[in-house]
Write a protein that binds this ligand. Structure first.
Ligand SMILES: [Zn+2]
Length: 282
């Protein structure tokens, strides 16, 4: 089962491999640089080698991939911001390539008032720029969003339009359960769950789905509130996670939790992962 969590790289990339395997992850998601800054110092050879060695030696972890930093906005109407975002994403793709990570998950961006259509056009142009003259094998996975503010990605059609517009096999997608639920795709009954996944398949295509984020939702269905909750403690409820984990169509898709790290001072990743593992056999 390809199941794990988002892990800190504090102390070095190789530490993420150790942290993940300590709690039984077979999949690890990490940031390749400080997610709240535009730039970080270049990645050094020693770090790359230590990471690769740790990954090769570790028999539990199957897949390690990256989540992009938060500042870039490929949809921005401001040309300077968009240029900066393209350069920043190129740098992250380069880091992923050096670490040989298969996926880089990114948020599509915010249109800031110019409307979804223009925002999506900006994302398409920006991604084309990121990918031109780039030899990287890393796939950029566009994440579904809750649709807070002017955020693009709350409809599966947005993801389809971006992927279709860039028209490059190095662009895929990532479903986040909290985000799709908050944006209005219900997951609370088995029927609703299947309708939502079939809807995604018809519009985007499950062959484009490379990563799933498993998070419960603080907001109700359609609330557009992006607040992740512990598995089974939000409005989605525990059942949906069982349907996802037992769904053969999604078997080979790596799944990670991005739930709150702590509750009442207690570490929670291993607790949430254990709940999910138990659902697999049910
Ligand atoms: Zn997510």
């Amino acid at each position: 089962m390809l199941l794990g969590c988002h892990v800190s790289v504090a102390g070095g990339y190789y530490r993420a491999v150790e942290r993940g395997s300590d709690i039984g992850c077979t999949v690890v998601q990490l940031f390749t640089r400080n997610q709240l800054r535009w730039w970080s110092k270049p990645i050094d050879e020693d770090q790359i080698n230590r990471f690769k060695a740790a990954f090769a030696e570790n028999s539990i972890i199957d897949t390690v991939f990256a989540h992009g930093s938060y500042l870039p906005n490929l949809a921005s109407p401001n040309l300077d911001i968009r240029k900066k975002s393209v350069l920043s994403l190129k740098d992250e793709l380069d880091r992923c390539d050096k670490l040989e990570l298969p996926y880089l998950v990114i948020h599509p961006g915010c249109h800031m008032g110019i409307g979804e259509k223009k925002g999506i056009q900006n994302i398409i142009f920006s991604l084309k720029e990121v990918l031109e003259d780039n030899e990287s094998d890393t796939l950029i996975c566009i994440e579904t969003t809750a649709g807070q503010g002017t955020g693009i990605g709350a409809r599966f059609e947005h993801i389809r339009d971006i992927i279709g517009g860039v028209d490059d096999k190095r662009v895929g997608s990532c479903i986040d359960t909290c985000h799709i639920f908050a944006s209005g795709y219900d997951l609370r009954t088995e029927g609703e769950y299947h309708r939502t996944i079939e809807n995604f398949h018809e519009i985007v295509g499950l062959e484009r789905l490379k990563v799933i984020h498993l998070n419960d939702s603080k907001g109700v269905c359609g609330s557009r509130v992006d607040r992740h909750m512990h598995i089974g403690e939000g409005n989605i409820g525990v059942d949906a996670f069982g349907w996802i984990l037992r769904d053969k169509r999604l078997h080979s898709v790596p799944k990670v939790i991005e739930t709150p790290k702590k509750k009442d001072g207690r570490e929670m990743d291993h607790v949430n992962l254990q709940i999910l593992r138990e659902l697999v056999g049910k």
